[in-house]
Design a protein around this ligand. Structure first.
Ligand SMILES: [Zn+2]
Length: 467
């Protein structure tokens, strides 16, 4: 592995902020037992691998069974050697504090070194010959991080390694199988965060194009940009910074960051997600026909971890919005992403400013009361009613302004049925705001989902026959 830089000494700028953010979320998630997989896309030389490798300078500690090469959790051992221990034996077993494992899989790696092989040293031990397994990179990284640099190239040239990664990342926890001739296959649970980088502008292209399935396994895809300001570049090039990277103060800052993240991870279990946010996310999922449920899970997990990083007890729309682009950009088109982000922004505005939705007296009394009471929770109003409320309040205020000083019509009259009836076809409406708005007769559906009878009127069919 290349030499490790101090993480906290690296310069943050607009192009790499998102990566710093997700690196830290990932470590919180790992400590909290909610590992996330992060894929970083960016041009060569943007420093994505440097940031990820530097993360090993601040990784917090964890407890394991002493000398266990599978990094067994003393509370929940999983390796062939420790899984069968009784409660009493486990209580007596020696433990040790070690840094969270951080291992790298290279392109030249053989399957044996990634998953594991027969331990020849044990087998040829003259005193106690034993057929034991030597864990590979993946099982050794249990409860830790695995970095795959240029994963798009790996997916292109090593399909068998790609299949192993698909297994390891398919579920949470994932699985890894160690197979050796003459030995029963050992299948181990795998609690890891996979971090990967790729450069979609170079051969063989983006990971999504090579192995869409593998691309989807990543909870988040982070986009890495170059620094845009001269000031940032000068800071990156400053010799003091190079020096600071090896000074003790910076190392302490790294350790401190690791401790902070570990503390944040302890709060994760207590963080609540308002039901309104969950319902809105589910609505977005259904409305936009997301291919995989992973997108929704990533949004939810990411929002919880983001709330933990901000020391909040409850997820807010800001948390959701901070992770949404990375959770969705590798699963949908850029246009769809823009639309969805706008929808989420609108949900945030409605939640934070109930007056936006409750501006109309045309709303049923009960609904407007619940709007005022519910605060963070989801309003019973549909999107359409909220839009109507906003529109009607706008209509009302414009009308009030215009009719000031004259015998004005009350707001309620404008929206009442009698008022609508008065606006007959002959009424002049030069101002579009004077248009009466009514709820559509049925919930709008995409054209392709309509029955033939809904889409084609009888008249049209008849005309067709007459031709
Ligand atoms: Zn073990």
């Amino acid at each position: 592995m290349a030499s490790v830089r101090s993480y906290t000494s690296l310069i943050r700028h607009e192009g790499n902020q998102e990566l710093f953010f997700f690196t830290e979320l990932s470590v919180i998630g790992l400590k909290a037992g909610m590992p996330i997989h992060v894929h970083v896309e960016g041009l060569r030389g943007t420093g994505k691998t440097t940031i990820l490798r530097a993360a090993s300078s601040f990784l917090p500690q964890s407890v394991r069974i002493k000398d266990c090469r599978f990094n067994c959790d003393p509370v929940k051992p999983h390796c062939p050697q420790h899984i069968l221990l009784s409660k009493e034996q486990l209580d007596a077993v020696e433990t040790e504090q070690v840094k969270i494992p951080f291992l790298e899989i290279s392109h030249a790696a053989k399957i044996g070194t990634v998953v594991g092989t027969l331990d020849l040293k044990q087998l040829t031990n003259k005193k106690e010959p034993e057929a034991a397994l030597l864990p590979g990179t993946l099982p050794q990284a249990h409860r830790g991080i695995v970095l795959v640099d240029e994963i798009n190239r790996l997916a292109d040239t090593a399909p068998e390694l790609t299949d192993i990664m698909l297994d390891a990342m398919g579920t949470k926890p994932g699985r890894v199988q160690i197979e050796e001739n003459g030995l029963p296959t050992v299948s181990l649970p795998l609690q890891i965060s996979v971090w990967a980088t790729s450069n979609p502008d170079e051969d063989p292209g983006s990971l999504a194009d090579i192995r869409r399935q593998l691309s989807d396994r990543f909870d988040f895809t982070v986009q890495m940009g170059r620094p845009k300001e001269v000031r940032t570049l000068l800071a990156i090039l400053s010799p003091e910074l190079e020096l600071a990277a090896i000074q003790k103060t910076v190392v302490e800052a790294d350790i401190l960051l690791g401790q902070h993240l570990a503390e944040m991870a302890e709060q994760v279990g207590r963080i609540k997600i308002p039901s309104g946010i969950l319902e809105s996310l589910a609505e977005v999922y259904i409305k936009h026909h997301f291919e995989s449920l992973r997108s929704l899970e990533a949004l939810k997990t990411g929002a919880v971890l983001a709330a933990a990083r901000r020391n909040r007890q409850q997820v807010t729309w800001d948390d959701v919005l901070s992770v949404a682009p990375a959770a969705l950009r590798h699963r949908i088109s850029p246009d769809e992403l823009t639309v969805i982000l706008q929808e989420l922004q609108r949900e945030k505005r409605v939640t934070e400013n109930p007056a936006w939705a409750a501006g109309s007296s045309a709303l049923p009394e009960k609904a407007s009361q619940s709007t005022r009471k519910s605060g963070q929770s989801k309003r019973s109003l549909s999107w359409w009613s909220r839009f109507m409320a906003w529109w009607n309040s706008l209509l009302g205020s414009r009308r009030d302004n215009r009719q000031q000083g004259t015998a004005s019509t009350k707001d309620t009259d404008i929206q009442s049925k009698s008022a609508r009836r008065k606006l007959g076809p002959s009424t002049k409406r030069s101002n579009p705001l004077d248009m009466p708005l009514v709820t559509p007769p049925a919930v709008a559906r995409p054209l392709l989902e309509l029955d033939i009878s809904d889409a084609i009127t009888v008249g049209e069919v008849d005309n067709d026959h007459k031709k």
